[in-house]
Design a protein around this ligand. Structure first.
Ligand code: DSN
Length: 403
């Protein structure tokens, strides 16, 4: 019996969301549209396993074990210089947690990028486990919105952290992992790199690689890598045993076979030449969109973008990030409110919005569409009646069907 026949209520919600996603233009940088093969993988009846890589705690795990090994081999092949990987984590926050537990003791010091400057909740927010178990020191940005490596070094030498985290969730700038590794070495810290957002750009050569400079690296799969929801945690051979134990049974019980299969398929696709072309489009589109917004008088944190995303300070348009997010959504464009450096607003209000190009590039949109989208954004933020703009957005979205 199909879902439509067996559960009308659930089917209606699924139908509504699928139709909605087809009619809007999603510029949330952490979103993406996975390929049909990745989505299909999650439907297969592969059961779950509890294992530490050697011991399996359920019967009939042979196929799931092969799937997991395939995902591991493909993940390592995508990132030259990577030594070992655990492909079980269900999400990035969990993968970071396992890495910290493997490499740190409670009370150790972590030096990471501040949240308003582009860091992530799991890099030390006081309401997250990371901010509660570890002593957190944050580095920030220069007045021009780029990473302040002098400050990273000064803070590292002053606080002598056990771990430095390079990476973040809202970074229009790039990370020089070699420079981070030099500082980590100088102060005796481990270097952990969180490349969740720009992992796809690392694979395609549009962003420096954290390998072999990092002691551990984490990425989620559902962002630029265009996989299904999930994460993987890389580490040096020397840390593999501790990391595997920290993942299972440390922070997770089972790993689902279907999710592992989706990860293997994702890394298989990422290894194809067509993925590089897709990342080229993501980056070129981001630069074009940033340029088109700057031409319309918008102030961009970091002055533009070197990645797949940009942060627009909307105060010059007399709006908060929350207002701008709402106006855009009313017109069918999705972008999330975002803190900007030294933001005077609360995280629920914000002074900026964050825009990225992975979803639109996966739908096949290119630079001409970015010019068009910049115009639509400007009209919505400028206060034009969203109904008219919404029709234009739907027409554009309709020309680029969801994969
Ligand atoms: N939710 C992700 C993002 O939007 O960047 C991070 O967890």
């Amino acid at each position: 019996m199909s879902l439509r026949e067996s559960d009308e209520e659930a089917f209606a919600l699924l139908q509504r969301e699928t139709e909605y996603r087809g009619q809007v233009i999603d510029l949330v940088p952490s979103d993406n549209h996975p390929s049909v093969s990745v989505r299909e993988a999650e439907r297969y009846p592969l059961f779950y396993s509890e294992n530490d890589g050697r011991n399996y705690y359920y019967p009939a795990c042979e196929t799931v074990a092969e799937v997991e090994q395939l995902a591991r081999e493909r993940a390592l092949a995508c990132f030259p210089g990577a030594e070992d990987v655990n492909v079980k984590p269900t999400d990035g926050t969990r993968a970071n947690e396992a890495t910290y537990r493997a490499l740190l003791k409670d009370g150790d010091t972590i030096l990471s990028l501040g949240l308003a400057e582009g860091g992530h909740l799991s890099h030390g927010l006081k309401w997250n486990y990371s901010g509660q178990l570890y002593r957190i020191v944050h580095y920030g940005l220069t007045p021009t919105g780029l990473l302040d490596m002098d400050q990273v070094r000064e803070l590292a030498l002053e606080h002598r952290p056990q771990m430095i985290i390079a990476g973040g969730s809202s970074c229009p700038f790039q990370f020089d992992f070699e420079a981070f590794a030099d500082i980590a070495k100088e102060c005796g810290a481990l270097l952990h790199s969180d490349i969740s957002h720009f992992a796809g750009l690392v694979v395609s050569g549009h962003h420096p690689s954290p390998f072999p400079h990092s002691d551990s690296v984490m990425t989620t799969l559902q962002k630029t890598l265009r996989g299904a929801k999930g994460a993987v945690a890389f580490c040096r051979h020397a840390h593999a045993k501790a990391l595997n134990r920290a993942v299972f049974p440390g922070v997770m019980a089972h790993a689902t076979g279907a999710q592992l299969l989706a990860k293997a398929i994702c890394f298989g696709e990422v290894g194809q030449p067509s993925f590089k072309a897709l990342m080229e489009r993501v980056v070129r589109n981001a630069q074009r969109l940033a340029g088109a917004l700057a031409d319309r008088g918008y102030a961009l944190v970091s002055g533009g973008t070197q990645t797949h995303l940009m942060i627009v300070d909307v105060r010059s348009k007399g709006l908060t990030g929350k207002d701008a997010e709402r106006r855009l959504q009313a017109g069918g464009i999705l972008a999330n409110k975002q803190l900007i450096p030294a933001d005077p607003e609360k995280p629920t209000v914000c002074s900026g919005i964050r825009l990225g190009t992975p979803c639109s590039a996966s739908r096949g949109m290119g630079e001409p569409e970015m010019d068009q989208i910049a115009g639509l954004i400007d009209r919505l933020i400028g206060g034009e009646d969203p109904a008219g703009v919404r029709a234009e957005v739907a027409e554009l979205a309709d020309s680029f069907p969801l994969p």
